[in-house]
Every structure is written in C-alpha cells, then in structure tokens.
Design a binder for this molecule. Structure first.
Ligand code: SAM
Length: 226
C-alpha cells in the first residue's frame, strides 16, 4: 500500500492520535509496559472495573475501527499504524466521528507490543491484510511468525483471540504453517467476519474493498488463546 493520502482539510489528530515519541524508553530486558488505560482516560466500565481493550495492528486509514468501535461502545480500541500519513488520517477520522473509544498510535506495532504491552492486556488482536512481503528474501519481515505469535499470546487475556485475514495465497499458506507451530498456546478456529462487515465482506477495510472488484480470494483464521 502506498503511503499517500488525499484530503481536503489538514488532519487534526488531537486527543485521538499519539506519536511514538510519547512512549518511555524501553527499560530492562527491552520492556517498559505502560498502563494503556491512561490512553483512554482511565474510564471504568459500568461496574467500576476495567474496560476490555482490543488492538488493531496496521490499521491503515482506520476503516475497521470506524465501523466496529461504535458497535462495541463498552470496549476500547487501539490502532497501531507505522505509516504516518495513514496514522494521521485514521486519528483525524476517529476525532471527526467522535469515537471516544478509539485511539491511534504511530509506531511499529511489533516493537510496541514487545516493549510496552503488559501480559494479558488485550481481549482481541486484529491483523487485517498485513503486508505479504511476497519475495522469498523478504519473508522474514512478515508479522505472522512464531516469535510474534508468542508475543501476541502473552498480551492476550483469558479467552483472547487473534483475528487475521489476508488476500495473499502464499502468505495464507505461511500463516497456516506458523499457526501449527504455536498449537501449544493457540487453538485454531474458522474465521468469522466481525459484526461490522458488510454482506459478503471479510472485514470491510479499505484494502479489501479496493481489491474485491478484482475477484481476489480472501482467507482468514482465528487463533484462540488456550
Ligand atoms: C495492506 S495494508 C492494510 C491496511 C488495513 N488493515 C486495511 O485492510 O485497509 C497494511 C498496513 O499495515 C501497516 N503496517 C505494516 N507493518 C506494520 C507494523 N510493523 N506496525 C504497524 N503497522 C504496520 C502498513 O503501513 C499498512 O497501513
């Protein structure tokens, strides 16, 4: 995906977008977990407890968050996007839509999870249409591989799920092989679209809608924390 956006107004991320520079330096062992509730203003749930938190990795222009967050007002959603123009666009969109349960962080999601996310903090992690890195010599850059899957397992709470969709046949084969390597900690389940997906859609993101007319085949899976 090319990181260029057209917009008829300058994006305003205030209150909804966070720059990676606000994060503390990684401490001992490369980890400095932060209290992610601070990002959402420490709002309690109806019983005074902690609200569930979900993470989207590579949120692009923020379409999944814009569609799904209003359907789950009791859940907070953090999108992490590495491309600054997309991050800006998504944070501005969340602000314009008044999505008080959405925040966007400009950062490398893998580094963020490793360094700043505590154990069991997320109810779900969403990874929709991750970059497939099709050349053999670039496969090592793919997000979906064993070390990262074990990190995702660490940050998921009991009953937590990793939800993944891709349009890339080769990457899906790779995903199946790597999912098999983490069967000790994840149970694989068939993919089910989120409630916000439109008829016939897998997720309903910008990427998916762009390629539906080409007749691309989409595939996905859910890994449930054991
Ligand atoms: C193919 S796009 C899909 C975007 C969006 N999920 C969608 O379906 O429209 C992949 C996105 O992942 C982002 N991305 C790639 N590597 C990332 C990383 N390590 N951390 C955060 N975002 C990343 C890219 O900048 C891009 O926006």
């Amino acid at each position: 995906m090319t990181a260029s956006l057209s917009s008829n107004h300058p994006p305003d991320v205030s209150g909804f977008g966070f720059d990676r520079d606000v994060l503390p330096a990684a401490g001992a062992g490369g980890r400095t977990p932060i209290d992610l509730r601070e990002v959402f203003g420490f709002k309690p749930d109806a019983d005074g407890g902690q609200r569930p938190l979900e993470l989207e990795i590579g949120s692009g222009k923020g379409t999944f968050l814009a569609q799904q967050a209003p359907l789950q007002p009791g859940t907070d959603f953090l999108g992490v996007e590495i491309a600054k123009p997309f991050w800006r666009h998504a944070a501005d969109r969340a602000r314009r839509l008044g999505l008080s349960n959405v925040r966007l962080l400009w950062h490398d999601a893998e580094a963020f999870v490793r360094a700043h996310c505590g154990d069991g903090v997320f109810a779900a992690v969403h990874l929709y249409f991750p970059d497939p890195w099709p050349k053999d010599r670039h496969h090592k850059r793919r997000s979906f591989q064993e070390p990262f899957l074990r990190e995702v397992h660490r940050v998921l709470g009991p009953g937590g799920v990793l939800r993944v969709a891709t349009d890339h046949e080769g990457y899906f084969e790779w995903m199946q092989a790597h999912a098999a390597r983490v069967e000790d900690v994840f149970e694989r389940r068939p993919y089910v679209p989120p409630a916000s997906a439109g008829p016939g859609e897998w997720v309903g993101t910008n990427f998916e809608r762009k390629y539906i007319p080409e007749g691309r085949r989409f595939q996905g899976m859910i890994l449930a924390r054991r």
